[in-house]
Design a protein around this ligand. Structure first.
Ligand code: IMP
Length: 443
């Protein structure tokens, strides 16, 4: 048994969905540990696009149990929309396939409302959130006001918690000219969810422990990316959860020693959605070209993603903070034919060159990236079946990236489909059984 943690090493949208789906056959359980339906994990299967938000990206493999940990915040409406859409496409997503932690917090109707108010109040300092109520739900969790999934089991408790919250939120909403909350209506809505969600609710920590005792393996799935982590990201332009590796232990109730390996998903260039510093951003035609070639539009909100060159300072930092063992490099095909490719190797700040990623956003706003220009590769990587069929210039690009971020690449994704993947066998072996993955990917 070996458990693997898969997470993004940039600002999200690195292509985690494809890689998690691809690796799932080597695991019995896939467990999400943070975030909510702000995430958008895209999986392509034989020309069909499936976007997952809350449900773990292992759901397309029938034998896999998908687990939603206590570290997530759950909108019951979004959860049942997603399970319904999956079922309509012939993917079973009932309680026999999906387990939800009783300790996960619920997104309540007032969360998106207060989020819009706080974003508006920030004016030009707005975070550019997905407006799904994620931040306010985590705020209430920290304020010890939150309603948890397990509270649905006792309608008396649910009614009381809703009343307490409505009393706390109403004065704020009214001050901003919004109508008073209808506590009874909200109670009725959530009492309705109680019946439907009940069969999914589990003690996830205990469930995972039981599965590990049976010798089963778990893939821990991160959402967003390391640079959006509440503690280690570009605060305050971050999400409100712990997307870094440590979040898996707290977000699922497993010990840190149950994480046997960490695979970082890293895009061959950089993207970011929403506000916040982005040293290698290309706010020009080239950036837009990369965006349209890479289909860089938010899978959840449809917003165009900001695009820029690969930032080795940021990725090296993410590899350190998460203990990344190996990298899966995604979307290098998007860069084919662009000519020489700059890679950021350091930041110039007040006459000095910084090699470490600064914690202060105002420093990051002011740094000037130093670039090393690497020869590009003219041809698409589509159809490359093994490392030997990759273009020489691309292989050299990978070697430079590995040196700069001090981590080896084990997987190269050359397209959206499962089969469009090249495995660097000797590197993969350290974290997952290559035979199982190859068979599942059909390569
Ligand atoms: P929130 O998670 O909705 O609070 O948004 C906070 C920040 O995280 C915003 O900049 C969002 O654009 C960003 N964000 C949240 N989820 C994702 C994601 O799945 N991919 C990329 N960015 C995200």
């Amino acid at each position: 048994m070996a458990n693997l943690l898969v997470l993004g090493t940039q600002w999200g949208d690195e292509g985690k969905g494809k890689i998690v789906d691809l690796l799932t056959p080597a695991f019995e359980v896939v467990a999400r540990y943070q975030g909510g339906h702000n995430a958008g994990h895209t999986v392509w299967v034989r020309g069909r696009k499936i976007v997952l938000h809350l449900i773990p990206s292992g759901i397309l493999h029938p034998g896999t149990l998908c687990v939603i940990g206590n570290g997530l915040v759950i909108s019951p409406a979004a959860f049942f929309k997603e399970t319904g859409d999956l079922e309509a496409q012939g993917v079973a997503a009932g309680p026999e396939r999906v387990a939800v932690s009783r300790s996960a917090h619920l997104i309540m109707p007032w969360h998106p409302m207060t989020e819009r108010i706080s974003e508006d109040l920030r004016g030009d300092k707005k975070i550019g959130t997905t407006c799904r109520g994620i931040g306010p739900a985590y705020e209430d969790k920290a304020a010890r006001l939150g309603v948890r999934a397990g509270d649905l089991a006792d309608l008396r408790v649910l009614r009381e918690k809703i009343a307490d919250n409505v009393a706390a939120k109403d004065p704020v909403l009214r001050a901003f000219g919004l109508p008073a909350l209808d506590a009874e209506g909200i109670y009725r809505e959530y009492a309705g969810w109680a019946e439907k969600l009940g069969p999914y609710l589990r003690d996830v920590s205990e469930l995972l422990d039981e599965r590990m005792k049976l010798g089963q393996s778990i893939l821990f799935e991160g959402a967003q990316g390391a640079l959006l982590d509440l503690d280690h990201g570009t605060y305050p332009y971050v999400t409100s959860s712990s997307s870094t590796a440590g979040g898996a232990a707290t977000g699922l109730g497993v010990g840190p020693r149950t994480i046997h390996g960490v695979l970082g998903i890293t895009k061959a260039y950089t993207t970011r959605v929403g506000s916040g510093p982005f040293p290698t951003e290309l706010a020009d035609e080239l950036g837009r070209t990369i965006g349209s070639r890479g289909d860089e539009f938010g899978a959840t909100t449809g917003r165009p993603r900001r695009c820029g060159w690969f930032d080795a300072v940021a990725v090296r930092y993410a590899c350190r903070v998460n203990g990344v063992d190996r990298i899966a490099l995604t979307k290098p095909d998007v860069l084919a034919g662009l000519g020489a490719i700059p890679v950021c190797t350091g930041y110039r700040y007040k006459g000095q060159v910084l090699r470490s990623f600064p914690a202060e956003p105002w420093i990051l706003e002011e740094v000037v990236p130093e670039f090393r220009r690497l020869p590009g590769w003219p041809d698409s990587l589509h159809g490359a079946a093994d490392p030997d069929s990759l273009p020489r210039a691309f292989v050299d690009y990978v070697r430079v990236l590995e040196d700069l971020v001090e981590t080896k690449v084990a997987i190269v994704s050359t397209g959206v489909e499962r089969g469009e993947t090249v495995f660097i066998e000797e590197e993969l072996r350290g974290i997952v059984d290559p035979a199982k993955v190859r068979a599942a990917a059909g390569v």
